[in-house]
Design a protein around this ligand. Structure first.
Ligand code: NIG
Ligand code: FE
Length: 412
């Protein structure tokens, strides 16, 4: 199907941000056009430019669905690059415990935390996980998300980690990227992290690879969770099997996660709030995308990552929800962007780029998504709001028209 978005009052192509690979983005890099048109043919963007210059072949083409976007803003679909979408059960009672002074690590050490979600997720059927996951994915789409990353990591055994990945692969609508996070916590069946990583490397990863259930492998490197050295060996093994790697890095303590990410050429280091100047420099000089997760930092009452220093040093930054039932029980992109502005001192153009171009790099999809350019995937949203009101008002809702790979996911 072909689609023409015509008379767009304000078009943010993000072409400039994409040309800079998401580094040191300024307002100019939003590459704003006024009174513009975009033509989509099947799953591709085939024409972008001023409405006056729209070639006749596109203006007159039959069987084209036309949208008059007068008074509207069009921008790339949001790329949500870090979610734990598939799980069963909430952890609201633990949240209350944390409010009363019990720490996340204390709860985890007593078999709560990730392990309490594990019990419920293991017990859930594939159908149940697909059903709850789809509902949550739809909630992301309702906010303009066209690409969605989904991690496993709440089953921690072969059978049910595969079940989680299968559920993730059945999610409809947005483009999905699945990540194997078997190395999320130590399951009760194993005594040491090393033994468990060995099991994941030899028994699970080859099966995940064979069934093509995930493109990426992630590890929670942290004191009291996965040790740095053994995680590095495990991730190297994953790379040798052809997986891209990413790291939950330096979230609760400075434990070497971002160093591992840089050393291995990981796609992203995620969290990064405990890093110092040395890690900021090496991240900035690398291709690793820094995925910052301020909603989880708020819930964990830790601190926020040094986004300003990272960006000014030349690092590429993405932001994401980290949606999960424990450390970040929210799917609210608007709130995440708002926290990035208020608490991490990011400018609005930086936040918009982080949620599009930056996040596209984090998912190894920079040639496909993140900006509106000829040849790229037809992933964009049309909203009635001015772009300057994005990530501004608590509780704001966009009600966007949403296209992912040329297919309309939402709107009239
Ligand atoms: O990204 N840091 C580790 N993993 C998650 C938390 C998962 C959970 O608490 O259930 C995170 O914050
Ligand atoms: Fe996470």
């Amino acid at each position: 199907m072909a689609v023409l978005l015509k008379n767009i009052s304000t078009l943010l192509t993000l072409q400039g941000a994409a040309a800079k690979a998401g580094r040191r983005v300024t307002e100019e890099d939003l590459s704003i056009q006024t009174n513009a048109s975009v033509f989509l043919d099947k799953d591709r963007i085939v024409w972008v430019g001023p409405t006056k210059k729209l070639p006749k072949e596109y203006a007159k083409k039959k069987s084209v669905k036309e949208y008059d976007c007068k008074g509207r803003t069009v921008l790339p679909g949001f790329v949500e690059a870090h979610t734990h979408l598939i799980f069963e059960g909430d952890r609201a009672a633990e949240f209350e415990m944390r409010q009363r002074g019990v720490s996340y690590q204390e709860i985890a050490a007593k078999g709560g935390g990730i392990l309490s979600t594990m019990k419920k997720t293991r017990a859930a059927s594939l159908q149940q996980l697909v059903k709850s996951g789809q509902k949550r994915a739809d909630q992301f789409v309702a906010q303009g998300v066209t690409t969605l990353e989904i991690k496993s990591g709440y089953s921690l055994n072969l059978k049910d980690e595969m079940k989680m990945l299968e559920a993730a692969n059945k999610i409809q609508g947005p483009r999905t990227v699945t990540t194997f996070l078997g190395a999320h916590a130590l399951p009760p069946e194993f005594k040491t992290y090393e033994d468990y990583l060995d099991f994941l490397a030899t028994e699970v990863l080859p099966r995940v690879q064979k069934k093509k259930l995930a493109q990426r492998v992630d590890v929670f490197i942290e004191k009291g969770f996965f040790p740095t050295q053994a995680s590095e060996v495990y991730l190297r093994h994953a790379q040798s099997l052809g997986f891209d790697v990413v790291v939950h890095a330096d979230q609760l303590s400075l434990s070497g996660g971002s160093d591992v990410a840089v050393k291995l050429g990981a796609l992203s280091g995620d969290h990064l709030l405990q890093i110092s100047e040395k890690e900021i420099k090496s991240l900035a000089n690398s291709e690793v995308t820094c995925v910052l997760l301020p909603a989880s930092d708020l819930y964990m009452k830790t601190k926020y990552p040094a986004a300003r220093e990272l960006i000014d040093a030349g690092a590429r930054v993405a932001v994401a929800t980290d949606f999960n039932p424990g450390s970040s029980p929210t799917q609210d992109l608007n709130f995440v962007g708002l926290l990035a502005r208020i608490e991490m001192k990011m400018t609005l153009p930086e936040v918009i780029s982080a949620y599009t171009v930056g996040a596209a790099h984090a998912l190894n999809l920079a040639n496909e998504v993140g900006s509106i350019e000829v040849g790229k995937s037809a992933d964009l949203i049309s909203i009635e709001q001015d772009w300057q009101t994005l990530f501004y008002s608590v509780g704001a809702r966009l009600e966007p028209l949403v296209f992912s790979r040329g297919k309309k996911l939402l709107g009239p």
